[in-house]
Design a protein around this ligand. Structure first.
Ligand code: ZN
Length: 237
């Protein structure tokens, strides 16, 4: 049986210039490299960098924000107060690159602290913010600001995390980052919990591993330790 793909690719009629990468916009940059258009976009815009733990979200956020700083755009960076893993004033990637950030408790405080004339607003660990952060991002983008936010798209139970589903829906641009699965070295999309309790937030990298769909296992916290304690007690006379 002939695959149907042949017919549909004919119907798409992809110009050969695109396939060879020679199609250029008037400014000289190829349209097929979206990042260049993101950097030169002058209106409001929401970009979400989503993925599991160890997928390089903060590195990617810092990389994009640095490009804006180098381009002499006015950049302000925020993170939720809850995330004090490494530093209360910087956002820090696991490869120790850092950028000055304001720690804010709520989305309303974030909005209030955006300074007049700002061109780019970066937000790290956006999954920890309240639901109002979606409206805040929309307001900033509507006001002409480029919003770049990084966050966990799912928790350790693979449930969509906090405001992330709505943010992914309203964003103009979404990047899904992947880590390397610690078991099979495939592309890992999940943050596998390997120790700790059943709270949605368990801070600390050592409680997690990056796992792919095939290697992901439903996490059950260790049972209460009372029987084990009794076993170690000396037998009564
Ligand atoms: Zn795997």
């Amino acid at each position: 049986m002939r695959p149907r793909g042949n017919r549909s690719s004919e119907a798409l009629a992809i110009p050969p210039e695109i396939l060879t990468g020679s199609l250029r916009s008037p400014s000289g940059w190829a349209k097929i490299f979206p990042e260049e258009s993101l950097d030169s976009y002058r209106g409001g815009w929401i970009e979400i960098i989503a993925g599991g733990m160890f997928s390089g979200k903060s590195e990617e956020l810092i990389r994009r924000l640095r490009r804006s700083v180098i381009a002499r755009q006015r950049v302000q960076v925020f993170k939720p107060l809850i995330d004090d893993r490494y530093s209360t004033e910087d956002i820090v990637s696991r490869d120790d690159r850092r950028l000055k950030a304001h720690s804010v408790a709520t989305s309303a405080e974030l909005l209030a602290r955006v300074e007049i004339g700002m061109q780019v607003v970066g937000i790290d660990e956006i999954q920890f913010f309240d639901a109002g952060v979606v409206d805040v991002c929309m307001q900033l983008a509507d006001a002409g600001i480029r919003v770049i936010a990084a966050g966990l798209d799912q928790d350790y139970m693979r449930r969509p995390f906090g405001p992330m589903p709505a943010l992914l829906a309203v964003a103009e641009d979404v990047s899904k980052m992947h880590a390397v699965c610690v078991r099979c070295r495939g592309a890992a999309h999940y943050s596998q919990r390997v120790s700790g309790g059943n709270a949605q937030v368990e801070v600390g990298d050592s409680a997690y591993e990056a796992r792919c769909r095939a290697c992901y296992e439903l996490y059950k916290s260790a049972p209460a330790e009372e029987p084990a304690v009794q076993l170690t007690m000396p037998a009564s006379a």
